[in-house]
Design a protein around this ligand. Structure first.
Ligand code: NAD
Length: 477
């Protein structure tokens, strides 16, 4: 049974209640999980506060960095174990689960080296004054994490917060806790003091809500759906607690008629197939200039036809979706597309070896999706790519920006001036020109505009968000 991790100790839920842990590859329960509540959150916040006020306050930035570096090395040593845990818990193909474990190694490494480079400024001011700024940690930071990339999001969020001098209370998704509980135990082994990293598992409306409302939480980093992001921000607003929101996306891949289609093709496919399309930054809309619309759709369609979803251990293009309701959601979108006369260009298939009770979805390419259709507006969070044609640059910009989201966009063109114009005009937190995702870049600030959220994680920029700036003015004559 998986337990909470509070003050470096595995702890049962005070209610004694549990939740099932389900294998997405076959729908079977293979473990149980502590079902936390507000009392458990309170215990975690108390442990975190005690750590902050005692041991953690004595760690210098360099010492925090050394600890994070040890943790990075420890995670690397345990990469196989973490890969296996994530594969089972989240249904990820082996290569994706491994990539997540290795990204976690890199996040801890990056923030290990960054924390002691974070400093304030001196400001020229009136005669007889010296003014300086200090970057101080918020204190006890709360981290609410989704199920799609638990290790990566833990790495960027908790890694950055710890490097900046905070202590953490983490609420992972009820669908994906196992790897993070193991990482927290590894952190204790390398010397993180009790209370620096605490994890409380359970449902969002119970544990997540209690975390968002707890008066002892000084900052919340939330990654998840726009709906829950709103709830978190409302709860935090009651006590003016700062919040970073990393929400959803409806990423456009914009393919101009002068693009190198051969180079673009694997990126276009991967951007919607990776993690079975359960990626906030998925490229879920394919906008193609009209002159090459038919030929491009045909080529992407051929690639889709060759794709296979199957058991994680087979390490195919896609694994199962995370849970039954996610499978139902993807089916619902496709049923609606059919009912509304939206044509399917191509579909991959689910491997014969996949259990019928697993939560699989075949990757699907649709065409001529109207801009105001749900499929062009809402996150499917599954392997469904919506094709749309555009005429010129203005049309492309309008379509690209015509959703409530603004997280990530891809632009494919050989025209250098157009590359710059498009990068400026598309409203998104990240724009990739002649690539998509740039390999995930731990160093690259990440976050959204509009309903994709606000604040930035990843890169050095995240450290500003995990600190607050104090201005100190000395009057000395
Ligand atoms: P979700 O919003 O349902 O859940 C996210 C987390 O919030 C989970 O831990 C959940 O238990 C918790 N939660 C649920 N209800 C809550 C409540 N009432 N109060 C407090 N916490 C609550 O999202 P999900 O389904 O786990 O993940 C998918 C979503 O996450 C997608 O919208 C995706 O785009 C987004 N996402 C965004 C990023 C990013 O960096 N922008 C990264 C990954 C995922």
């Amino acid at each position: 049974m998986a337990l909470h991790f509070i003050a470096n100790t595995a702890a049962r839920s005070t209610s004694g209640q549990t939740l099932p842990v389900i294998d997405p590859a076959n729908g079977e329960t293979f473990d149980t999980l502590a079902r936390g509540n507000a009392t458990d959150i309170d215990a975690a916040v108390t442990a975190a506060r005690h750590c902050l006020d005692t041991t953690w306050a004595r760690f210098t930035a360099a010492e925090r960095g050394r600890l994070l570096m040890k943790l990075s090395a420890k995670v690397a040593e345990h990469a196989d174990e973490l890969t296996a845990l994530e594969q089972r818990d989240c249904g990820k193909p082996v290569k994706q689960a491994r990539a997540d474990a290795l990204a976690l190694v890199r996040y801890f490494e990056f923030y290990a080296g960054a924390g002691d480079k974070l400093h304030g400024e001196t400001i020229p001011y009136l005669d007889g004054y010296s003014v300086l700024t200090w970057r101080e940690p918020h204190g006890v930071t709360g981290h609410v994490i989704p199920w799609n990339y638990p290790m990566q999001i833990f790495g960027r969020s908790v890694g950055g917060a710890l490097a900046a001098g905070n202590v953490c209370v983490v609420k992972p998704s009820e669908d994906a806790c196992l790897s993070l509980l193991r990482v927290a135990a590894l952190a204790a082994e390398v010397g993180f003091p009790a209370g620096a990293i605490n994890i409380v598992t359970g449902y969002g409306h119970e544990v997540g809500d209690a975390l968002a409302r707890h008066p002892g939480i000084d900052h919340i980093s939330f990654t998840g759906s726009p709906r829950v992001g709103t709830l978190i921000q409302q709860a935090a607003a009651e006590r003016h607690c700062p919040v970073t929101l990393e929400l959803g996306g409806k990423g456009p891949q914009i393919l101009f008629d002068d693009a190198d289609v051969d180079a673009a093709l694997p990126f276009i496919v991967n951007a919607i197939v990776q993690n079975s399309g359960q990626t906030c930054s998925a490229g879920s809309r394919l906008l193609v200039q009209r002159g090459i619309y038919e030929s491009a759709l045909q080529r992407v369609g051929e690639a889709f036809t060759a794709l296979r979803a199957g058991p994680p251990a087979m390490d195919l293009d896609l694994g199962p979706l995370i849970r039954q309701s996610q499978q139902d959601r993807v089916r619902g979108f496709l049923d609606q597309a059919r009912a509304d006369g939206i044509a399917t260009v191509a579909q991959g298939r689910v491997a014969d070896e996949a259990a019928a009770s697993g939560f699989y979805a075949a990757p699907t390419l649709l065409r001529d999706v109207p801009v105001d259709h749900r499929l062009a507006q809402e996150e499917v969070f599954g392997p469904v790519l919506s094709g749309m044609a555009f005429d010129d640059e203005d049309d492309a910009v309008q379509l690209a920006n015509a959703t409530p989201f603004g997280l990530v966009a891809g632009v494919w063109t050989r025209d250098g001036a157009r590359q710059f114009r498009m990068a400026r005009r598309v409203r998104a937190g990240q724009v990739f020109v002649n690539n998509y995702g740039a390999g995930g870049g731990v160093e690259l600030p990440f976050g959204g505009v509009k309903s994709s959220g606000h604040g930035r994680e990843k890169g050095f920029e995240a450290l500003y968000g995990f600190t607050t700036l104090k201005t100190v003015a000395f009057r000395h004559g």
